[in-house]
Design a protein around this ligand. Structure first.
Ligand code: GAL
Length: 371
């Protein structure tokens, strides 16, 4: 959990932005809720490597230098993240790590980096991309510093099959997200079938959050409604996806803060069982998985997080989940709690149903009681 510069700021990053963001994460309470990494994405680099062939920073953007910035960010209680790429150049054309993996991993460790996002642009022709992630994973381990390794090859070579072995702690499963309902829907509801590959220290990553961008910034594409942002966040929590905020937290509005700061949903995301929700159906309903997907995430305390979503563009619908369909005995009573509001929705047997507006969801926790 943390923040990343790309979604809002793209190449327009500066050390004061990073420090102000860390301060804003503390002031808003988001740090305390668990957003504990401050990550710089692409475009922090100088034009070329230094005299000793080491990567170095753009001195206009980072006049105090990256190591000092990392120290400042650590001083505020955060881990510090940086970005490089498995090819010769990053996606935005900056110098990258191909052929210099050991040197760059050591540089990052020397700077106090705690998290590396590793992209996939400009890979030399004929080189097996997977090898490049194994190489960087090995290089990071050789530094002796614990650095979270985040692979970003967009799901091209099924990284969920080999990422864990390559030393990756998370891997992107899709192309880039943008701040629109179409993007959230396409990415968020395309994760089914990969749940067996996720677990503690190894996560499927459907890209960073756009909650709170409201149509402004680098990946802006019209913005989303409040219900759409809530669906986005609930979905990422159910999917046990990394939660990296992408908006400008210095000026975040109260509604977006309430979404990102919902402790019950964050607890579902961070649940120590580490299960990624699976898609289930129901035999009590004219069920359509495409329009009304229902997801269930088992929790370590024996409970289940249930999300039922209405992807219809105009109609409010009644959504229903039958216990049988989600793996419970059909007479098992369950205490139901609304995860958005915390409200106790009572004890239910056999099924639970509730209404959802277009693009909204019903997101609840089921706590099974004795039969
Ligand atoms: C893309 C990546 C984005 C961002 C961008 C930077 O490949 O998916 O998340 O890092 O590169 O250029």
């Amino acid at each position: 959990m943390g923040w990343n510069s790309w979604n809002t700021f793209g190449e327009n990053i500066h050390e004061s932005l990073i420090e102000e963001t860390a301060a804003a994460l503390v002031e808003t309470g988001l740090a305390e809720i668990g957003y504990r990494f401050v990550n710089i994405d692409d475009c922090w680099h100088a034009e070329a490597r230094d005299d000793e062939e080491r990567l170095t920073w753009d001195a206009a953007k980072f006049p105090g230098g990256i190591p000092r910035l990392a120290e400042a960010v650590h001083g505020m209680g955060f881990g510090f993240g940086i970005y490089s790429c498995a090819g010769t150049h990053t996606c935005a054309g900056r110098v990258a790590s191909f052929g210099n993996e050991e040197k760059d991993a050591q540089t990052f460790a020397d700077w106090g980096v705690d998290f590396l996002k590793y992209d996939y642009c400009n890979k030399p022709f004929g080189v097996d991309g997977r090898t490049l992630y194994f190489r960087m994973g090995q290089a990071l381990r050789s530094t002796g510093r614990h650095i979270i390794f985040s692979a970003c090859e967009w799901g091209n070579t099924e990284p969920w099959l080999w990422g864990r072995q390559a030393g990756c702690h998370m891997w992107r499963t899709t192309g880039d997200i943008s701040d629109s309902w179409e993007s959230i829907k396409a990415i968020g509801f395309s994760q089914f079938g990969k749940e067996l590959y996720a677990g503690p220290n190894a996560w499927n990553d459907p890209d960073m959050l756009v909650v709170g961008m409201k149509g402004v910034g680098n990946v802006a594409a019209g913005g989303c409604s409040l219900d759409e942002y809530k669906t986005h966040f609930a979905l990422w929590c159910l999917l046990a996806a990394p939660l990296l905020i992408g908006c400008d937290v210095r000026s975040i509005d109260a509604e977006s803060l309430a979404i990102l700061g919902n402790r019950r949903l964050v607890a579902v995301n961070q649940d120590k069982m580490g299960a990624q929700a699976r898609l289930v159906g129901s035999d009590y309903h004219h069920w359509d998985h495409t329009l009304f997907p229902t997801l269930v995430k088992p929790l370590a305390d024996g409970g289940l997080a249930l999300g039922m979503f209405n992807l219809h563009d105009e109609r409010t619908v009644q959504l229903q989940a039958a216990w049988e369909a989600i793996g419970l005995h059909d007479r098992r009573p369950c205490q139901v709690q609304d995860l958005w509001t915390g409200e106790d929705l009572g004890v239910h047997r056999s099924f639970f149903c509730a209404k959802a507006a277009p693009h909204a969801g019903v997101v609840v926790k089921l706590t099974p009681l004795p039969l």
